[in-house]
Design a protein around this ligand. Structure first.
Ligand SMILES: Cc1cc2nc3c(=O)[nH]c(=O)nc-3n(C[C@H](O)[C@H](O)[C@H](O)COP(=O)(O)OP(=O)(O)OC[C@H]3O[C@@H](n4cnc5c(N)ncnc54)[C@H](O)[C@@H]3O)c2cc1C
Length: 444
């Protein structure tokens, strides 16, 4: 039987928001055996999204930007599984896990919702079937494999039509899209000398953006600077254009253009996690509306934060943007408020304004706005690397990333595909196992 003094805190989602809440609670409640903390996440690791494009374009090795949740948490119970139902009224959550996806029901006294967002394809024809996305580690691995496979295919002597294989289109002129297109451009141009039948002038790299200037969050000056830099590196920037359709062979744009390509990377839309639709509470464009203490208005002792929450910004009268830096700060407030609720103390309110916004735009250049001051060029790129390296959790991963970046100065980018192909094998009943053949094998 459950001891009345025993409190169960359940955290859903182990991204920037949920994992940070778990780590804070672990640190602050380390000596309190009456509180049980459980974290559920789909993957058994935490993904550092700001460096995702570096994995996709071969700057960093696959596992350098992820951290196993079990190495970051000692006391918090970690469950790798899929949250399927959230029943706030009944104070329980259903998750499925294991090879057979069997289900468990977990009860809670305090709930933290940090399940992030998903890519939104806006129902555009062909995107679900043929477009690549940039959200998960799997997405980055798929893009890297895709780029290399297309270079290999185009290089073969029997390949007669190389154009669509060597045309790479990225949709979305926000941070993820710009960093991805710049990374692709650097990667494929650096790879060309390894392919004897390919030359740089065969490549076509296109960025499609629906607005008049890319990187709108950074303002016009830095956006225009980034556009000019990308154009100078032979990236075609198509402004005021939207993707209308992708057939897997042709991308059709709203400005009438048709781009013949096998590759469309879609970074132009996100939506709150669809599981939130089932939660009976007020929402703002699908995000859970929370109070300044980050609690659901209708459900005290249930908190939401990160990309899945709409937290009021008292400075602007609007809502805080969905970024990692907000998720991290919100997590500290939520952890404090969970403890305050357990002990009947006063809760804190969330108040923060963006400190810095940075993007890399390829070839050791970047753009940044730090506390209202604009930076561009090498200094902005150097700030990007320094700041994000300091934010990457765990010393081991920082060191691995720093080593990868240092080795990058000496060696060219790796062109190895991560293939999931079993080694060839035979199952012949007539294996010659005579002593003679064994002896021959031993004397090779
Ligand atoms: C390519 C890319 C680059 C970015 N770069 C930056 C940047 O440079 N700076 C910045 O501030 N922000 C950046 N962002 C945004 C930033 O990643 C998000 O704002 C941040 O991750 C939000 O944190 P979160 O914890 O709310 O969500 P996430 O970090 O997305 O975490 C959500 C977690 O919930 C899990 N989950 C979801 N549904 C379920 C379920 N049903 N069952 C179990 N688990 C589930 C997911 O697996 C995930 O681990 C970037 C995003 C992307 C995609």
């Amino acid at each position: 039987m459950q001891d009345a003094a025993h409190k169960r805190v359940l955290i859903l989602g182990g991204g920037f928001a949920g994992l940070t809440v778990a780590m804070e609670l672990e640190r602050k409640l380390a000596r309190d055996p009456s509180v049980e903390i459980t974290l559920i996440n789909r993957e058994n690791f935490f993904l550092f999204t700001p460096m995702l494009h570096e994995v996709a374009t071969s700057d960093l090795d696959l596992t350098t930007i992820v951290n196993p949740a079990r190495k970051m948490l000692r006391r918090v119970q970690f469950l790798a599984g899929e949250v399927e139902q959230v029943d706030i009224q009944g104070r329980r959550v259903v998750l499925s896990h294991g090879f057979d996806h069997h289900r468990h029901t977990i009860e809670f006294d305090f709930l933290v919702l940090g399940m992030g967002s998903v890519t939104n394809l806006y129902g555009i024809p062909g995107l679900r079937e043929y477009a690549l996305t940039m959200k998960t580690l799997g997405d980055a691995m798929r893009l890297r494999n895709h780029l290399i496979a297309h270079l290999e295919e185009a290089d073969s002597e029997c390949c007669k039509v190389k154009g669509p294989l060597l045309t790479f289109v990225v949709a979305g002129g926000g941070f993820a899209g710009v960093e991805t297109v710049a990374g692709i451009n650097d990667f494929v141009r650096a790879a060309i000398p390894s392919y004897l039948h390919l030359t740089e002038d065969m490549l076509r790299i296109v960025l499609v953006h629906s607005g008049p200037v890319i990187l709108p969050e950074l303002g016009d000056r830095l956006g225009v600077y980034a556009q000019q830099k990308l154009a100078g590196r032979k990236i075609e920037v198509r402004l005021n254009a939207k993707v209308e359709e992708f057939s897997g062979r042709v991308v059709r744009l709203s400005d009438g253009a048709a781009i013949h390509t096998n590759t469309l990377v879609w970074t132009a839309g996100t939506s709150p996690n669809p599981l939130l639709e089932t939660i009976p509470c007020a929402k703002e464009r699908g995000r859970l509306l929370v109070t300044e203490s980050l609690e659901l208005q209708a459900w005290p002792e249930v908190w939401a934060l990160g990309d899945c929450a709409a937290a009021p910004d008292r400075r602007t009268g609007g809502f805080h943007p969905p970024t990692a830096q907000h998720a991290l700060r919100e997590a500290k407030v939520v952890a404090h408020n969970v403890i305050a609720s357990i002990h009947g103390q006063e809760k804190n309110q969330f108040d923060f304004s963006t400190i810095a916004q940075l993007a890399t735009i390829g070839r050791r250049t970047g753009v940044a706005n730090i506390m209202g001051v604009n930076f561009s060029g090498f200094i902005a790129w150097w700030l990007w690397r320094t700041i994000y390296l300091s934010k990457l959790p765990r010393f081991e991963k920082k060191l691995r990333v720093a080593l990868d970046w240092t080795l990058d100065l000496i060696f060219s980018k790796d062109l190895v595909q991560f293939l999931d192909i079993r080694a060839p094998m035979i199952s012949s009943p007539e294996v010659d196992s005579s002593p003679k053949s064994e002896a021959a094998a031993g004397t090779r």
